[in-house]
Design a protein around this ligand. Sequence first.
Ligand SMILES: Cc1cc2nc3c(=O)[nH]c(=O)nc-3n(C[C@H](O)[C@H](O)[C@H](O)COP(=O)(O)OP(=O)(O)OC[C@H]3O[C@@H](n4cnc5c(N)ncnc54)[C@H](O)[C@@H]3O)c2cc1C
Length: 303
Amino acid sequence: MAALAPLSRESIPAFDALVAGGVTADVRKGTIRIGFTDGEDTTGLEHEFAAARDAGQHVPYRTSTGHEPPFSARVQQIVHLDGQRFVAPGPFLDALAGSLRERGGEIVEGAQVRSIGFGPGGLQVDTWSGAPHRADAVVLATGAWLPDLARRLGVRAPVQAGRGYSCSIPLAKPITAPVYLPGVRVAMTPYGDRVRVAGTMEIADRDTPFDHRRLDAILRSIRPLIDGADWTDVRDHWVGARPLTPDGLPLIGRTKLEGVHVAGGHGMRGITFGPATGKLLARQLMTGTDAPDLAPFHPLRTG
Ligand SMILES: Cc1cc2nc3c(=O)[nH]c(=O)nc-3n(C[C@H](O)[C@H](O)[C@H](O)COP(=O)(O)OP(=O)(O)OC[C@H]3O[C@@H](n4cnc5c(N)ncnc54)[C@H](O)[C@@H]3O)c2cc1C
């Protein structure tokens, strides 16, 4: 928690900086509501909030009792976490890509990187298709696939896929900010005129095919806890691999190969910490001075 606090403090300002800098992403402000049923209590969550505060984070929350949509009458206690931001991840990435292209950047879609190393003209990235790409600097950010290329760069930490599933459903009364149900570990976020439902931590090979039973289990778990959903209109089925590290800390910084860096291993927080990671790593790359806030995430750490 202490190691992550500086990244956490930087995370919302980093999103706001992207928008202020011209990235046309729909980054919304809101209060996240966390719902508890009668048999559950808030002690675990409040303990976590206390630890975050002890680590120097600002955690503005309050609790209320009573019934509030979209929760069903079974949810009677709600923790309101104020001052949050939320995004729809797909459109957010599209906005980032659009901004990069507008500024003269090139995205080579579908290219599978094979190796990173030194060629005749200096640092070069080889793909399975097309000519090698020459580079002044490389940032390897291949998520749960990171070890495939990073191991040869001295990065020993394994990265395990913690697969999560999501889909969208319509709600009779749309929500304007995310809600979370810690008892079943499922979150719901506004998604156009629908909501995106996400959950599950499936420890499996990163490329395992989509398992419908996992998504069905998520929907079954929230059905008694959410009112006004059309459970027959389930769309946007998706599975993704959260890149998990053994010590729960991301891998950000230089590798043993001069000019090659990694940014990954953020587990359940890769969207939250992505912009802050980019900002701190870019500064480190451009100045050549290691950022003290990134020290705990050194990719060459052992143990
Ligand atoms: C259901 C679900 C809900 C989530 N909810 C949240 C949330 O609420 N908040 C939050 O902060 N995070 C959340 N996460 C976690 C977040 O999605 C991840 O932490 C984040 O996507 C990791 O980003 P990344 O760029 O490191 O990896 P990825 O997003 O996995 O991107 C890596 C990319 O590299 C590509 N790649 C791999 N190997 C190669 C190669 N050799 N050549 C070229 N390309 C390659 C992959 O195809 C992939 O596109 C959630 C994840 C899931 C699954």
